[in-house]
Design a protein around this ligand. Sequence first.
Ligand SMILES: [Zn+2]
Ligand SMILES: [Zn+2]
Length: 328
Amino acid sequence: MSEIVWQKDNVRIVRFGTRTPWPPSHANAYLIDDEVVTLVDTGLCLDESIQMIEDYLNSRKLRIHRIVITHGHIDHYGAVGAFRERYPSAVVLCHKADADKLTRKVSEGIEEASETMREFFTSQGVPETAVHMSGEMLRILDGVVCPVYDIEFLKGGEVLESGAIKLKVVHVPGHSPGQVVLYDEKHGILFSGDHVLSKKPPTPLIEMTGEGKFFNNIIHYVDSLHYVRNFKVQLVLPGHWRTFEDLSTKVDALLKYYEMKKWETKNVLEKAGRPMNAYEIARALFPEMPEGVFFIGVSEAIGYLSLLEKDGEVVADKTSHPVLYHLV
Ligand SMILES: [Zn+2]
Ligand SMILES: [Zn+2]
């Protein structure tokens, strides 16, 4: 589906709910129909989603001049290569920390990282079978990604002028290392990507950086939430679900959610009365979690544990294998 979410004179912003085969079953792409026609996120590389955006472009006799990717998750950039093929002069912009992901199939990233990932997750108590199953699942995603090879890097602070709309790029690491939000201060519009969503807290996943280090997203995420809380905003255009207006209320709800999760995690350790590894804690926090997507639960558990470590409530014993988390 598509809807006009903002309009002033002849300038429009259109939201496209592009289909995803997993919950929440869609991701938003936005078209800024202004002098510089800008696509913010693309959806997956699925014909029906691409056609939906093309139909709008054709109805207004437009061409895409610029594609901005809010972050390197496939439901937001999957079709980038397909749009680039249709509009070869369109500039593709993405934060440097996420740009690499746009240049390859999902499985290529896994091959490169697999040994380090395996070591990391087994050091967190994850069984080998679950690590293997998850690698296989990720390979299936190759079919919905069309890579792109020349990308202009964003670092934050740039202003992307479209005509009436002027978007300031703000780097908000957390949900992913290269997550950006786009802020038009004059009109109070914020493209929030997956940084602030209305219905569900965005899961900051553990990711590996180029140097084989792990990027602990939740710590950065909470800092970045505080950072955007007081932006003067009248309309938030998120990466999923409908648009909303009350940014600070949503941010406060998210901060409260992470406080609660921290408390639940501490409670798991208290109840057990012994040190536990991250996989055990994830299992206790998310008993329904299927093995193939364990990394989501383990990423969350490690995130909450690192928030507790930061508060001085938990210590990680890294000399044990798997790593054990103790209450202080
Ligand atoms: Zn995302
Ligand atoms: Zn998303």
